[in-house]
Each structure stands twice: as C-alpha cells, then as structure tokens.
Design a protein. Structure first.
Length: 421
C-alpha cells in the first residue's frame, strides 16, 4: 500500500564567504494517503530519512542505476534506513534547479505495476516545476500558492489511482501473470515438472537479479493455480547428507487469457429487436470464426493484460460488458488525464471493441467485440512429464520420489476443484 508521495527541491545552500555548502531537500508538498493515521508532515522522516533521500539522489545523478551511465530520471528500490520501498523521479531544469519526487510503498507492493502512473505524474510535474521556478524568480506569492495547490491535487490524484490499481479482481490477477515476463517464466517452468523454490528463485534471478520471488508467486497462489509443500528430503547414499530438502512448487491448474463472445450483449440486442443486432452478430461471428485462444500470439495476450491493468480502460471495459453507447455520449468515467479518443483507438486495434453505424440515424455506436475471461485447464500433460522427470538421470531435471508422489497426489485431489471468476 502506498504511504504517500513527497516532492522536494534540492538546494545547495552555499555560503558566500566560506564557499561551504549545506545541501538540503526542501519540502514542496508532502501528501499522504487519505486513511493514513500515523505519518504526517511532522514525522515524515520516519518514512524516508535524509540519508535515503541522498542515496536515491545519488542513484539518479551519478548514473549508477542507469546502464548507459547517464542521468536516470526514474529509480525504484528498497530504502536502507526504513522498511519501505521508493519509486522516485528526478528533474533538473536548464538553470540547474533540481527537484525530486518520492513515492513511498510497503515492502510487498509490486512497484512495476505502478510505473505508468508514476511516469504520467512525472510528465505533469515537469510543467509544474517550470511554472514554480518562474513564479519563484519573479516572487509572485499568489502564483506560488496556486501552483502548490495544483501540485497537491496532482499528488492526491496519483495516490488515488495507485490505490485503485492495488485493488485487483481475479481477472486482473490473471493479467498480472501475463503482463510479467518473470511470472510467465515461472508458469513455463512449472508446466514441465515440480520445482524447488530455491531453484526457481535462482533461475529467475539469472535474468532479473532484483526479482522478489514471493511477490512474483503471489497471484499464482491466490488464484490456486499452484500449491506449495515441504519436502523432507532424502539421505545421499555416498555422502550421508540430506539432499532435495526444502519448499517445492506444484502446478495444479494451468491458465490461458482467452477471448469469448459477450452473450449478455448479444441476447440483449436480439431480444429488444435492436437494429444494430445483425451487424453486431456478423462482426462477432467473423472474429471468432478464425480465433483460437491457444494460437493467439503471446504478445497479443500481453497487450490484453496491460489493458486490464489500466484503471481507466478496465472501468470502461467492465461498463461495456452490459451496455453499449453512442460514440458521442460515452460516460465520463475516465480520469482527467485520459484521452478518450486514444483509448478507444487502442481498444479497436486490439479487437476488444467495435464501432457500428446505425444506417437510419447515421449514429456511430461502441460495442464490446470480445469479452475476456481466463480459461482454466487441468494440466493432464504433467502426468507423463512427472514420471519422466522422476526416472531421469539428469540431476538438473530429476524429481525426487517424495516430490513426484506429492505432485501426483495434488493433481488427483485438485482435479474436481473449480476456480470461479
């Protein structure tokens, strides 16, 4: 859960006589989430101490975080002095003025999920900082006050959007899997045979050294796609040491992000004798005549997942599941910074919505072309793979007897279990 977003101007405070400097982060706006009852402007340093501010500032300005060795405007990482994560934005103006924005999050928050919201905020901060500098230089007190009000509102709105995105339903949790390369890699590995958490962690960290395996596993566990169990291990005949001991992960349900026709909308149009029905039915039939959920490119599924994780688009998508609208009377559910025309165009390109014109009234309507639902699959294909892995002589894929038996038992027990969406 986000704790707050703080903005500062970095000031050197150089003494004219001695030349010594006393750098400081001068607060501009410190905004906390609405239900925060402990932290406030008096004790905000308990969230992020100055040492951590300077360390984060260092990451930006020295280029150590950026592979290219240049100044990096964005940084995410764990704080050393307090038990929180930071997502920060750095801005340097042409006159050398420097600004920092810090978003403070709990350790188990998934920062990559909020990257787009932070980047959207950064674009708006750029304009605010420039206006603030002009007002400071001209000493326009009333303008500085108005800019501060605007900045506070921007930060409050971003916190609202982040909290909104933190409350994911089951479909969005599936999207978390398909929108993340590491989670797809985990799913790919577990489709082969049960794997120890230690091995899974080391495999993922080869491509992503900063991966948090517990956060990555969370949606897979919450959706009951995988189970975990402890293996007591076995004694090595040669050395006498206990081997293969530890936590193992087992895939009990596979999942696919699939498109389906929206029967609710089809039936509604048919029952009301709506003149849009023939055209809409034809569009739906044409799309699904050549659609195969197993053959749909992974890249397309990832685009669908990203769509489901966009709060504005998802709200609109949910609305279209039960209704349709004239293009000039779409409900104003988007945030102030969403461009409706661009959102609609992107949804058309993804074949999620379609635009149909009423021949009589010459009015254009927006309808949902494809609904999206998870396709739950019992991983029967694992049965021969588990047997082969148990018999294998290769140590890197060999599955111990205890683990193989547990995997088969879990598949038998969970065979009839259903996951509802």
């Amino acid at each position: 859960m986000i704790q707050g977003i703080f903005t500062f101007q970095f000031i050197l405070n150089q003494d004219e006589d001695s030349g010594e400097i006393e750098p400081e982060f001068r607060p501009i706006q410190l905004i906390f989430r609405e239900d925060e009852k402990y932290f406030n402007k008096e004790n905000y340093l308990e969230l992020i101490e100055e040492d951590d501010m300077f360390a984060t500032f260092y990451q930006h300005t020295t280029g150590t975080y950026n592979v290219s060795g240049t100044i990096s405007n964005f940084y995410s990482g764990r704080l050393k002095k307090s038990p929180y994560q930071v997502s920060s934005y750095f801005r340097q103006e042409q006159d050398g003025s420097q600004f920092m924005a810090f978003g403070l999050f709990e350790l188990d928050d998934e920062l990559p999920l909020f990257e787009d919201l932070i980047k959207d905020l950064a674009r708006r901060l750029d304009a605010i900082y420039q206006t603030l500098l002009r007002a400071q230089n001209s000493k326009q007190i009333s303008l500085i006050s108005n800019i501060n009000i605007r900045l506070a509102n921007e930060l409050k709105f971003t916190i609202f959007q982040i909290e909104r995105l933190s409350r994911l339903d089951k479909l969005q949790k599936v999207a978390l899997i398909y929108n993340n390369e590491d989670r797809l890699k985990i799913l790919e590995l577990l489709r082969e045979y049960p794997t120890s958490k230690r091995l899974l962690k080391s495999t993922i960290e080869k491509s992503n050294p900063n991966a948090n395996i517990d956060i990555l596993l969370r949606p897979l566990l919450e959706l009951n796609l995988i189970r975990r169990d402890w293996s007591k291990g076995e004694k090595d005949r040669k050395t006498g040491a206990i081997i293969n001991q530890g936590e193992y992960l087992f895939l009990v349900k596979d999942i696919n992000l699939a498109r389906i026709p929206n029967s609710t909308l089809l039936n509604h149009l048919k029952e009301t004798n709506n003149k849009l029905y023939p055209k809409y039915q034809k569009r739906v039939r044409e799309f699904f005549a050549s659609y195969d959920p197993q053959a749909e490119p992974l890249e397309d599924k990832r685009k669908l997942a990203a769509m489901l994780l966009n709060p504005d688009i998802y709200d609109f998508f949910a609305l279209l599941r039960n209704n349709f609208y004239p293009i000039d009377k779409i409900p104003k559910i988007f945030s102030d910074f969403a461009v409706t025309e661009i959102l609609l165009e992107n949804l058309k390109k993804l074949n999620v919505i379609t635009e149909i014109e009423d021949n009589k009234e010459k009015k254009k309507w927006i309808l949902l072309l494809t609904d999206i639902e998870p396709l739950i699959i019992f991983p029967e294909y694992l049965l021969p793979k588990i047997r082969e892995a148990f018999k294998s002589e290769k140590e890197d894929i060999k599955v111990p007897f205890e683990v193989a038996k547990k995997a088969l038992d879990l598949l038998e027990v969970t065979f009839k279990e259903e996951i509802e969406f």
